[in-house]
Write a protein that binds this ligand. Structure first.
Ligand code: AMP
Length: 465
């Protein structure tokens, strides 16, 4: 099927084709005509499925015609969980809307100066892409007029709830017109997401794109077992020296270990930078720009970076630490194999993490091949799971700023790999529990702080991002 057959404005089709896309993806084939019909949608689709274009193209189609209502407020509002995703959606809107006249798009995200955004929002605007906390700030200051809002999009709704944004989302929706169209995109439509969907949509049509076929076809996945931290580091060093590797995204469990590992890799001669939620927005933007421009070859990041990074040059995703939830695995590895390219996803795992690997395999419905690098083979499985942490303490060198006890990077005695329960054993099954991850953005200055989660589990996990 061609984009031209979806009933979109020719200027929008022209922009999509100029981006090099010849055929709509499965989610686009289903969601674009339905959005054009005007119905509410609940869409379950994975990252990399082309979901951004699935909602943005029909919105831009409508924006090609002037609003029937007076006013200067946005006609389209997209809410996203992270700043990076908001920026990616903003870029997509600019790209796909580049042939439309006088299209005005504003990103309202935390970390950027409030007054600059407020000024932009005081002028006529068509699309606002926002993180919930910052949008609430603008609403409280009376900066946004939703009277002519036509379409509300909740992008990665599961993650927004996961991050504790439920109250903000409800408060924002209460300010939007009743007759708006609502499009909710989420990896899952069950549980709390389903309940939110029921409250905020009307007679919504469900579109379920269960797997990301692109993932299967384009991303080669494998696992290397590591005996200890030192072995992991040597494996990483070897993998990063692969001549096929153009750029790599390396995931760690915590902000501290991302910083430490970036320092370590720079010491080994790699152009490596860290990216995590403790950095201010300017530094985050600068780091992403260096990656996009190819000046940084290795980006060491926490899961905050798993969403919203769309850099075609990323040939490899390496999980230095396994993700805590299987769905994060999909988001992480979806950072490679972007835009039709091939990608490689490699996970470094301790022997006792086989259960987490099985969870990932079950979630993705794909078996992950175990790879072995000659000369870097793992030794036999340790007798006790705790051996991983213990061994490191006796055999691995401790880098400056260190990977020591209790530093929360997963290698100390508390909350680390030695403590399987804290690190992985408590498989979070409900979104409510998972809200402990709220601090991913919780280190944001100002407005977004309101979303910082509370409670024991939140304290246990929250700050690690
Ligand atoms: P998303 O799921 O929105 O994060 O998009 C995943 C990637 O697919 C992005 O790099 C998009 O630019 C790209 N993309 C979107 N639509 C298409 C399409 N129809 N064909 C090929 N790539 C696409």
């Amino acid at each position: 099927m061609a984009f031209a057959q979806l009933g979109l404005n020719p200027f929008v089709v022209q922009a999509v084709e100029a981006s090099g896309y010849t055929e709509p993806t499965a989610v686009q084939i289903q969601a674009i005509p339905a959005t054009l019909e005007g119905v509410d949608l609940l869409v379950s689709s994975q990252t990399g499925s082309g979901k951004t274009a699935a909602f943005m193209l029909p919105c831009l189609h409508r924006l090609a015609e002037p609003s029937a209502l007076p006013g200067r407020g946005p006609r389209v509002l997209v809410l996203t969980p992270t700043r990076e995703l908001a920026q990616q959606v903003t870029r997509a809107a600019e790209t796909y809307g580049k042939f439309l006249k006088r299209l005005r798009i504003v990103a309202a995200v935390g970390g950027a100066p409030l007054h600059v955004q407020a000024k932009l929002l005081s002028q006529p605007v068509d699309v606002v892409v926002a993180t919930p906390g910052r949008l609430i700030d603008h609403l409280e200051r009376g900066r946004i007029d939703f009277s002519r809002l036509e379409t509300l999009i909740l992008d990665e709704a599961d993650r927004m709830l996961d991050m504790g944004f439920i109250d903000d989302i409800e408060a924002i929706i209460a300010r939007t017109p009743q007759n708006r169209q609502t499009l909710l995109f989420s990896a899952t439509l069950e549980g709390v997401v389903g309940r939110l969907a029921q409250r905020v949509t009307k007679n919504a049509r469900r579109i379920e794109i269960t797997t990301a076929p692109e993932l299967k076809a384009k991303i080669e996945q494998r696992i290397h077992f590591a005996d200890d931290f030192s072995h992991k580091s040597r494996l990483l060093d070897h993998l990063l020296r692969d001549t096929e590797l153009s750029q790599a995204l390396v995931f760690t469990a915590t902000k501290k270990s991302a910083d430490d590992l970036a320092v370590q890799l720079r010491g080994e001669g790699f152009s490596a930078e860290a990216l995590h939620g403790d950095m201010n927005q300017r530094d985050r933007n600068r780091t992403l720009l260096a990656l996009r421009q190819g000046r940084t070859r290795v980006l060491v990041a926490t899961d905050v970076a798993a969403r919203g990074i769309d850099v075609p040059g990323i040939s490899h995703v390496i999980n230095f630490d396994l993700p805590r939830q299987a769905e994060d695995y999909v988001h992480r590895i979806g950072r490679t194999g972007r835009a039709g390219r091939e990608g490689i996803a490699i996970s470094l795992a301790a022997h006792f993490e086989k259960r987490q690997i099985r969870d990932i395999e079950r979630y993705t419905a794909q078996a992950i091949r175990v790879g072995v690098i000659p000369g870097l083979e793992p030794k036999a499985r340790p007798a006790r799971p705790e051996g991983f942490g213990d061994k490191r303490r006796t055999s691995a060198p401790r880098p400056t700023g260190g990977y020591g006890k209790g530093n929360g990077n997963g290698y100390g005695s508390k909350g680390g790999y030695g403590d399987r329960k804290a690190a992985f054993g408590e498989k979070r099954t409900s979104l409510g529990e998972k809200s402990g991850f709220g601090h991913r953005e919780g280190t944001r200055p100002g407005s977004d702080k309101r979303s910082a989660p509370s409670g024991a589990k939140r304290r246990a996990y929250g700050n690690s991002y």
